[in-house]
Design a protein around this ligand. Structure first.
Ligand code: URA
Length: 445
């Protein structure tokens, strides 16, 4: 077998066999296939896609290239949630302690931000001393003892994904449905979970720009999860404007602390309660040994008030404090968020218009936040955890002439003007209020 022939086959839209894909991945990992050949293969996949079978085989190969956790000695359902990435999306940091407080275990391996999107790991690392690089053994103990743990991908987990993702990042081959699906699912399936709720984001701030692509990605991942005996469902949610009021790592952690104390902007609350309800639903299906497709969506609604109870009674907040402590962070920050470092400089951003905000472009806001230092344009770059943006206004709000629409937080001014220009170019104001658009767009079971 030669890599050349397999690249040619994919270029000519012929399905690759399990043996052929195994050859490509194993020889790439042993450095017998060079980056330039793997890059060509990835580009051929980008243009020609993969069959369901090829995607499933690729996921299995990536999963088996690293360690898989065995959590079977921990009692009760183990359910995770994963978002395909967005701007201001801090739901994992609220949901993990919230769901763990209901006694469902949440083992979560999360990612860092890239480009205009943020990442759970960068956000958590803005808590002084918090460690996301604990060992897999400690991860497992935390899940067992306190019900949750969140760590970053290690070299041991889905090793092939780590190498392939770095290559995709510099060869413009990230935005491919089968490659995204295999990359995400190989990491999620290594966690030893029984159930998974996927939040597939669609809109300007998401990888998927159309609902059709989002549905396709959701179906591909749901199919992979269920084929590998993890009860998996996907919810498609809007990512045209940032979620909640903050964008940027430490600012988002402060918003999560308020949320866990019961104070959440409406959009964030809707996404948190919807995803959380589905996590409880999936956990019940695991506990009862029934298929996730057996119950109707209606049956999920009752979980929302249950979750609000756990927030209002302070159980979710208490779990968050335990979680920070277990991962070496300073738990005092939950009581005094001012202990989280903040940026030295702040600037109000105004627009010379009066009326109703009809658009705050998520991608442009994410790029502006990245330019302030909160995000990285290349894999591995350093970031400024205290930089970011607070939105004073959201879509549908009234704004007066030169009233601040946002506040920029930053330490370094190098790209301030560029950040301001790009942010403002994404804000639109109209005379009439915009139609209210749904946030939760579909569910794929
Ligand atoms: N997140 C991942 O983990 N992998 C992708 O390919 C895209 C987003």
């Amino acid at each position: 077998m030669r890599a050349y022939d397999l690249i040619k086959k994919k270029r000519d839209r012929t399905e690759l066999s399990k043996e052929e894909l195994t050859f490509l991945i194993t020889k790439y990992l042993s450095n017998e296939i060079p980056d330039y050949q793997m890059s060509s293969f990835l580009m051929a996949v980008y243009f020609n896609g993969m069959t369901d079978n090829e995607t499933l085989v690729l996921t299995e190969l990536m999963l088996n290239s690293g360690s898989k956790l065995n959590l079977s000695d921990i009692s009760g359902p183990k359910v995770d949630k994963h978002s395909t990435g967005g701007v201001g999306d801090k739901t994992s940091i609220i949901l993990a302690p919230l769901i763990a407080s209901t006694n469902v275990k949440v083992p979560m391996i999360a990612g860092r931000g890239l480009g205009h999107t943020g990442g759970t790991i960068d956000k958590l690392e803005s808590i002084p001393n918090f460690r996301t690089n604990i060992s897999l053994q400690e991860f497992k103990e935390n899940v067992k003892n306190i019900g949750l743990s969140i760590i970053s991908q290690t070299d041991e987990i889905a090793t092939a994904d780590k190498r392939l993702y770095s290559l995709r990042d510099v060869t413009a081959t990230v935005e491919s449905i089968p490659l995204i699906a295999a990359s995400i699912m190989s990491k999620k399936l290594s966690e030893g979970i029984d159930g998974l709720v996927l939040d597939v984001k669609v809109g300007s701030g998401a990888f998927m720009k159309t609902i059709e692509d989002a549905r396709m990605l959701a179906k591909t991942m749901v199919n992979i999860g269920n084929s590998m005996e993890v009860k998996t469902i996907a919810i498609i949610t809007d990512m045209n404007q940032p979620l909640g009021r903050t964008i940027g790592n430490s600012l988002e952690i402060k918003e999560c602390i308020s949320a866990l104390r019961g104070k959440m902007p409406d959009d964030l609350k809707e996404v948190v309660l919807t995803l959380g309800s589905w996590m409880l639903y999936v956990a019940d299906c695991v506990a009862d040994g029934i298929s996730v497709s057996r119950l109707s969506e209606q049956s999920v609604i009752r979980y929302k008030s249950e979750l609000m109870d756990f927030i209002e009674k302070g159980e979710a907040f208490k779990k968050f404090v335990e979680f920070i402590d277990a991962q070496y962070g300073d738990p005092e920050v939950a009581f005094r968020p001012g202990l989280i470092p903040s940026a030295e400089k702040k600037k109000h951003i105004t627009i010379p218009a009066k009326g109703y905000i009809s658009k705050i472009d998520a991608e442009k806001t994410g790029i502006a936040s990245m330019l302030l230092g909160a995000g990285r344009s290349r894999y591995g770059e350093d970031i400024d955890r205290s930089a970011g943006i607070i939105l004073n206004k959201k879509v549908g709000d009234l704004i007066n002439h030169n009233e601040p629409v946002a506040m920029f937080h930053y330490n370094i001014e190098n790209h301030l003007k560029e950040a301001e220009d790009i942010f403002i170019s994404g804000v639109q104001v109209d005379e009439l209020p915009p139609d209210k658009k749904p946030l939760i767009l579909d569910s794929i079971i």
